[in-house]
Design a protein around this ligand. Structure first.
Ligand code: PLP
Length: 326
């Protein structure tokens, strides 16, 4: 991710230079993890002529569901948030690939609210940052460690929502995996079934059939996961949502991860054992290529998943204004 200095940020209902965003140390979301977020990507077409946000409305619908759970009122609809995001990219003069991070959080105690942890009687805030980000993740695939940290059950934490505090679990798991020389962690749920990777859903392929843990396996039901299931259906590739055990991953022909950040990424090794042939397999490669073509508008957008970002003639001037103000 490139530095945000000199870029516009949407904060407190307006577009401001990044350097003007200051959060008080009393911000409740910092203390108690009472915030929600999204990760959204915009992709440039290969000729660089056009940029599209991918499934931005679906991301904001999930964002609003997460907000509702935490009693946060962002004051904007999903369509309005999508418009604000497109305007943010326009102001920043973004023509290349961009990663958008909307964050809604509990800010400060309203008069009469006693200090302490809680949701009611606390003001809300929304901040959206966007930074240039190209493809990331090792192109040849990732190596994963099955974590000793379990993903909490939804009776403990609402894991279907993207709640900031819950990501302590993901951070601990990925830290251990990296310390052991792996790229990412795969977490099991409290029943010992495969849940997901640190910020991605997991698919296994066996005999050309796809399988991915169901929503009730305490996963975050990813938008990329849904995209891949839709693409697979279009290809006539059999796919099912069914519980997976760690051994199913070790016995699979192919395993891959799906997420907004990493797209469709092959897993080539788990716990020191090669997955299948230890190289990206044919189903993964096909789906990854298809996904790449879809997000870069090289396929017909039959689902209305691409939102063009209109870059007006004044975007360069606006970008320079942000730098000047920074
Ligand atoms: C815990 C977790 N699981 C799965 C995903 C994948 O979700 P999506 O495809 O919507 O990005 C993410 C990323 O948002 C995540 O943070």
């Amino acid at each position: 991710m490139r530095p945000l200095h000199g870029r516009w940020v949407y904060h407190g209902g307006e577009f401001v230079p990044f350097s003007e965003v200051h959060l008080p140390p009393t911000t409740q979301g910092l203390h108690y993890g009472t915030g929600v977020f999204e990760g959204i990507r915009a992709y440039a077409t290969r000729d660089g002529a056009q940029t599209h946000l991918f499934r931005v409305h679906d991301h904001y619908r999930r964002f609003l569901r997460s907000c509702r759970l935490l009693r946060i009122d962002p004051g904007l609809t999903a369509d309005e948030l999508a418009d604000v995001t497109a305007e943010l990219l326009r102001r920043n003069g973004d023509r290349g690939d961009v990663y958008v991070r909307p964050l809604a959080y509990k800010l400060g105690l309203l008069p009469g609210t006693p200090p302490g942890v809680g949701l009611g009687g606390v003001s809300d805030a929304v901040t959206i940052v966007a930074s240039r980000l190209g493809d990331y993740g090792p192109p040849g695939g990732v190596r994963c460690l099955i974590s000793s940290w379990r993903r909490p059950g939804r009776a403990t934490l609402p894991v279907q929502a993207k709640v900031t505090g819950g990501y302590v679990n993901n951070a601990l798991a990925v830290e251990d995996a990296r310390a052991a020389g792996y790229d990412d962690a795969i977490l099991l749920n409290e029943a010992g079934q495969v849940a997901e990777a640190s910020t991605a859903n997991v698919f296994a392929v066996r005999g050309g059939r796809l399988a991915t843990p169901p929503a009730d396996a305490d996963i975050l039901p990813g938008i990329t996961r849904d995209t891949v299931l839709t693409l697979a259906a279009g290809l006539g590739m059999p796919a099912e949502e069914s519980p997976l055990h760690p051994a199913d991953l070790l016995l699979a022909d192919e395993v891959f991860l799906t997420g907004t950040g990493i797209g469709v990424t092959p897993v080539i090794e788990i716990n020191g054992r090669p997955v299948g042939a230890g190289a990206p397999g044919p189903s993964t490669t096909r789906l990854a290529q298809l996904y790449g073509r879809l997000v870069r508008a090289e396929r017909e957008d039959t689902h209305g998943w691409l939102t063009p970002v209109e870059t007006g003639s004044d975007e360069q001037a606006l970008a320079e204004e942000a730098v000047a103000k920074a």
